[in-house]
Design a protein around this ligand. Structure first.
Ligand SMILES: [Zn+2]
Ligand SMILES: [Zn+2]
Length: 203
């Protein structure tokens, strides 16, 4: 591997966090690094950078999202990443004052990637943790050896805007269950504050 490729490889702690050794987490990591570079911003420490992923659920390759979070610091816990549930391998990165950018995986790249032995194991129903590490490593190395332009399609999205809700520390006790509920989510029933589940799940 070249130095360039080594720098694109996620740190060991990312694989520990992710739980298994696979090629799609590193691919998401690479996408995240590219987006940061394109927008000229650093890995997010607090709550500014947002990512909107177009992936869904019940399809492969959603591991991408963990790599994106690792690279960008736009984590689920900081409410900086969301999914549109479109079942597409793409994500838009947004930072106030910068031009938002969307990256998608090129079909030609995915078709070629799919011929890696790793995917033969996956199609037999073997989970990534059960696939020999050298087989997985080969898929990762091949992916890293491909040029950015061969892997990703990029679109600048100057009109893309997000309006994250303002954070608030205000909370109330639910008059039914007695648990705290943050202000945005308090519902009123008979003039008393209730949480959403106690209100009958009406949103
Ligand atoms: Zn994975
Ligand atoms: Zn309640």
């Amino acid at each position: 591997m070249s130095d360039h490729e080594t720098n694109l490889l996620p740190p060991d702690w990312a694989f520990e966090f992710h739980g298994h050794f696979c090629p799609f987490m590193p691919l998401g990591y690479r996408m995240g690094l590219l987006a940061l570079q394109r927008m000229g911003v650093d890995r997010e420490q607090d709550h500014t950078l947002h990512v909107v992923c177009e992936l869904g659920e019940g399809h492969p390759q959603t591991c991408l999202i963990d790599g994106i979070q690792v690279a960008t610091g736009a984590t689920f816990g900081k409410t900086l990443i969301e999914k549109t549930f479109w079942g597409k391998l793409a994500a838009t990165f947004w930072y106030p004052g910068k031009t938002a950018v969307r990256y998608s995986l090129k079909p030609s790249f995915l078709d070629a990637f799919g011929t890696q032995e790793f995917f033969a194991y996956r199609k037999k129903g073997i989970e990534p943790s059960g696939i020999p590490a050298d087989v997985t490593r080969k898929a990762i190395d091949w992916m890293l050896s491909q040029a950015d332009d061969d892997v990703f399609a990029r679109t600048d999205r100057p009109d893309f805007q997000m309006h994250p809700p303002k954070g608030s520390f205000n909370k109330s006790l639910c008059s039914v269950c007695g648990e705290y509920v943050f202000e945005r989510y308090v519902r009123m029933q008979d003039g008393k504050p209730v949480c959403i589940p106690c209100s009958g799940y009406a949103r």
